[in-house]
Design a protein around this ligand. Structure first.
Ligand SMILES: [Zn+2]
Length: 858
């Protein structure tokens, strides 16, 4: 099996052959000698390769770790693919015209050969440490964040000092001397995950969106080949995941640097797995190579202050800053989930303007926007600016709730840890699946539903979990992760493994997430279908709901773990509120009905006004006779707390003159000051109510309903707000008729029927006196809450790049009723913006009250 992998020597021979065959495209050089005197080979690939260093470049490094053979194998396959296809594939030609590839398939030849021929799980290089131990972990030997280690036998021994090793020194020298490198991809195994560079902050990076989007666009290509999606994970806690890595060194030089962890094993079955990894990564690599120029000095500047100006139920308006220039236009991309690709498929706008309004959006839905500038002459694009996001407002009859489990109500129970399962609640992570030490392991979460009315009608619901690092929690390509509703009567203790193991499932959600789609660093969402929503609705009677999360429960021969970690948001290693498991619910309420009998009815003709009757038609001179109806809305609840869902006017006809003519009658919402013929003739019509009734309709049935459209409903709410009685007239539409009358019942039969729900229309007042200070190295915000009995809490958001104008536009710091909060995860040395929104029980969010924090010591 292993003979299918290329040796170091075969790789060198392959490179020599390439140069002989395609001398205009590829050149090779040794950038250094290893301890065992092997050459570290680097290939340069570009059209007209002699001028390669003048073009923006992408750097590829592989097999830094000896046992991670994918790096060398993919590197060789990538070179081979480019050379064999560059004449026939115009997009490769285009890419190589404008960009250069520097590629080191194997950065650790000594370790690689040692791994191939002697000890397959060898990781380090082959330095003789002088005490009987060998090797330095090259990915701990770069200078950024370097940490000296004493234990030379450790697999992550960092060497005597930064750049003590010939391999890392060779990379340093090459990168330092090639300022044209804009992107660096370092290929490792395993995990099927991207690790973009970061600065060990729990803060967004200015180029975080650019980094994530490169990964997401690679995912777009990978998904086309194998349907797989890699995780995109920036190393949330623990903060110091690795130190002294190549990635951080390249990033410190201004290079967009990403580690790609490929596959599920270091040395996989070549034909079955390695070929798959190679095939899915080549198109992804080509796409990223074509991006090198977009991060170079030739690229337009990144856009500033990309903000959301306005967000309604179905529209979002965006604006941005950019210097005045004729050759630059802008591209805007939209996603409904974080860390998704930006390709032709979701390009929603190209414009020379500095603003854009997106329309026909769904209510109560998060939208993510991305922007880059494009030079119309060169087609070179800028890097992506920091993304912006917003949730559209709730629809007029909607409510929403996001629920989090309490610490004691979320955790995992493992088969082989029965005594300690209690301690798995409210701490660190959910481990779900199966492995040798834990046995079967389930996640459990209970949500308190007492804040949702028991008769609520569930419109939309999704359950979200945040998958964490799976380099440790190794995931291979089998099994799927599911969520079940648990019958709460079948369990008494959430922390008891046997009870959870044997719990009765009311239903397992139809949506499951297979291993290849379960990607760390990207939220997993389970969206409930209609029948699952019904089950959830039934759980409202219990005022709580319990879910069991289960993965695979058995292991194939030779495998020891298939275990996924999800963040709990609690505990020392939890990512905080932002990463807590949650349920997002949109619901409505069954409407109440109010029947309002007309306070005034009248028939109004050219001659006189007759009260207490309702007649319409034509007099002997063919003048119209109008019926008038007026209603008093004061029996409806307060305008600000009422939403009319639908309404209609109901009237009954008593008698009508006979005619063979096609006469029709309609009801009009009319603005008349006084009840007189003259004022009706000069009336302002607001809107027709419903469709007209024909003479045939009148003879065939007695009761007629005139249903309000959206516009008339809004007009009615407006009059309710102003305490003005609405007036309506009923009249015939046809003319040239004389002496024709329709009489309507006028007593209690004339009704305005209003269906409504109790809901606030407007947010409560904003907070006041927002102040920012520092407390023990943390940022502290304080404010005064509004005094309003409908006030339910405040929502605090942080954004590093612009004032957050929407509760979703940044990292959530706090939600609750306190009048202060500490930013536990932020870096206090960084300048940033905070916004505080108030909300009621709908929730309606107030306008933000915002403050800039300048950063400590700046
Ligand atoms: Zn590695």
């Amino acid at each position: 099996m292993k003979q299918q992998y290329k040796s170091y020597q075969q790789t060198c021979d392959f490179l020599e052959n390439c140069v002989n065959k395609y001398p205009d495209i590829i050149k090779i050089e040794s950038i250094g000698k290893t301890w065992e005197n092997r050459d570290i080979m680097l290939a340069t690939i570009s059209l007209d390769v002699q001028h390669a260093d003048l073009k923006p470049a992408m750097l590829y490094t592989g097999t830094v770790h000896a046992r991670e053979w994918i790096g060398n194998e993919l590197g060789v396959a990538f070179i081979d693919y480019i050379l064999e296809n560059h004449l026939s594939n115009p997009s490769i030609q285009q890419t190589l015209t404008n960009n250069t590839l520097y590629i080191v398939p194997c950065l650790n030849p000594d370790g690689f050969e040692y791994s191939r021929t002697h000890f397959s799980f060898w990781r380090k290089n082959r330095r003789d440490n002088g005490n009987g131990t060998f090797g330095v972990d090259l990915n701990r030997n770069f200078s950024v964040g370097y940490q000296k280690s004493q234990d030379t036998s450790s697999n992550v021994h960092s060497g005597p000092h930064p750049f003590s090793e010939p391999e890392t020194t060779a990379m340093k020298n090459f990168v330092d001397n090639h300022e044209n490198i804009t992107i660096a991809l370092d290929y490792h195994s395993q995990g099927n995950v991207f690790f973009p560079a970061h600065k060990f902050n729990h803060e967004s990076e200015y180029n975080g969106t650019a980094l994530n989007t490169i990964c997401a666009n690679m995912n777009h290509e990978i998904h086309k080949v194998t349907g797989r999606k890699y995780g995109i994970h920036r190393g949330k806690p623990p903060t110091k995941l690795i130190s002294g890595s190549g990635r951080e060194y390249y990033y410190s030089k201004g290079i967009i640097a990403i580690v790609v962890e490929v596959g599920t094993r270091n040395i996989p079955d070549f034909m079955q797995n390695m070929q798959e990894s190679i095939d899915e990564n080549i198109p992804a690599l080509l796409r990223t190579l074509s991006e090198a120029q977009n991060h170079s000095k030739k690229a337009p500047h990144t856009i500033d202050k990309f903000c959301i100006d306005r967000c309604t139920q179905n529209e979002i308006s965006l604006s941005w800053d950019y210097p005045d220039t004729k050759e630059i236009y802008f591209e805007i991309y939209r996603n409904i989930e974080n860390k998704r690709s930006c390709t032709e498929k979701n390009l929603v706008c190209q414009t020379y303007n500095r603003s854009f309004t997106d329309v026909q959006l769904k209510s109560n839905t998060p939208y993510y926007y991305y922007i880059r500038a494009v030079n119309n002459a060169t087609k070179i694009k800028s890097p992506f600016a920091p993304k912006t996001k917003a949730k559209t407002a709730l629809d007029f009859n909607e409510f929403s709730k996001t629920l989090f489990p309490k610490p004691n109500d979320v955790g995992y129970v493992a088969q082989k840890m029965k005594e300690t399962n209690l301690k798995h609640f409210g701490i660190n992570s959910l481990f779900i699946g199966v492995n040798k030490s834990k046995g079967k392991s389930y996640g459990v979460m209970k949500y308190d539903l007492s804040g949702i009315p028991q008769n609520a009608i569930i419109k939309d619901i999704s359950i979200s979990l945040y998958p964490l690092n799976r380099v440790n929690a190794k995931i291979e390509k089998f099994g799927e992760w599911k969520i079940s509703f648990v019958d709460q009567d079948s369990i008494s203790e959430l922390t008891d493994f046997d009870q959870i193991d044997n719990a009765i499932h009311i239903e397992t959600l139809g949506a499951s997430i297979p291993s290849e789609k379960l990607t760390q660093g990207i939220w997993s969402h389970w969206i409930l279908n209609e029948s699952e929503k019904k089950i959830f609705q039934e759980q409202l009677q219990h005022q709580s709901v319990v879910f069991k999360i289960h993965g695979p429960t058995t292991l194939p021969d030779g495998r020891d773990s298939q275990m996924m970690m999800f963040d709990l948001g609690y505990g020392k290693f939890g990512g905080g509120l932002h990463y807590r498991p949650n349920i997002d619910i949109t619901y409505t309420m069954p409407p109440k009905t109010k029947e309002i009998v007309a306070t005034t009815t009248a028939s109004i003709s050219n001659e006189n006004v007759n009260y207490d009757e309702l007649i319409c038609g034509f007099d002997q001179d063919n003048n119209k006779i109008y019926g008038l109806m007026e209603f008093d809305l004061s029996s409806l609840p307060e305008h600000d707390k009422t939403v009319i869902t639908d309404c209609y006017i109901q009237i009954k006809n008593k008698s009508a003159s006979k005619t063979k003519q096609d006469i029709r009658y309609n009801v009009e919402f009319a603005d008349i000051e006084e009840i007189s013929y003259k004022s009706i003739q000069h009336r302002d019509r607001i809107e027709f109510i419903g469709y007209e009734v024909s003479h045939t309709d009148i003879s065939s049935r007695k009761t007629h309903k005139f249903i309000f459209d959206k516009y008339s409903t809004i007009a009615l709410e407006d009059l309710h707000n102003k305490n003005i009685n609405p007036r309506f007239i009923i009249k015939p539409t046809s003319s040239n008729i004389k002496n024709h009358l329709v009489k309507w019942h006028n007593d209690t039969a004339v009704k305005l029927i209003v269906n409504y729900i109790d809901k606030r229309n407007h947010p409560v007042n904003t907070i006041t006196r927002l102040e920012v200070s520092e407390q023990k190295g943390k940022v502290k915000l304080t404010w005064d809450n509004p005094k309003d009995k409908d006030f339910k809490g405040v929502y605090v958001v942080r954004n590093r790049f612009h004032i957050p104008t929407n509760p979703l536009d940044g990292d959530k710091i706090y939600a609750g009723t306190d009048n202060y909060t500490l930013d536990d995860f932020g870096n206090p040395f960084i300048c940033k913006y905070y916004s505080v929104f108030t909300y009621d029980n709908v929730p309606n969010y107030s306008k933000p009250i915002s403050i800039k924090f300048e950063g400590l010591g700046i």
